[in-house]
Design a binder for this molecule. Sequence first.
Ligand SMILES: [Zn+2]
Ligand SMILES: [Zn+2]
Length: 219
Amino acid sequence: MSGRGRKKKPMYTFDEYLDMATTMHRGCLCPGQVLGTRMALLGCRLLGIDPPDREKRLFVFVEMDRCFADAIAAVSGCRLGKRTLKHVDYGKAACTFYDDRTRRAVRIVARDDSRDRVVLYAPPGLEKYEAQAHAYRVMPEEELFMVQEVMVEIPRQDRPGRPVSRVVCAECGEGINDRREVRLNGRVLCRACAHGSYYESFSARCLVTTTREEELTPC
Ligand SMILES: [Zn+2]
Ligand SMILES: [Zn+2]
């Protein structure tokens, strides 16, 4: 760790961070990768964290599952499978960066009016997305983002580590981790059985083959 007050040298250059984002986005360098890279770098800088976070201090709540979310994951190092990246489906180009060590959090929103300023920062003649990608790279942070300090609590059942509970749904028989179950009329149900699911089942029969005849009967 560097001494207090000494300015830390960034681990990577902006272009290296952008490369990580582009790689995660299947090689596509779209405006969302530039925007997301800048947003993640700003969030980390405001919290005093070197991205990608290797100390497991950082959690990111990403409010939209579009292009920029890949850059947020790539640059911050936070991952869905590590429970450090949370998708909160608000449909907004916004993220909250939370430092579990200091318990500080900042929420950063991409400004809608930054699109109107693209012409001021991109050379003329570029195609729309190229112009946006170019402009988002150089546009001052205050023209790209709004930042607010917020409070975030991460309950035990949302944290990395072993599941805090596991129960079985009384309707479908599937296991449910981390207190995601619902109690309805005295029964313990999964959210799909309690509130309806995003999928519709064609049949109750399992499609994977098994040698045991009894397992082929509808479950
Ligand atoms: Zn994209
Ligand atoms: Zn169920």
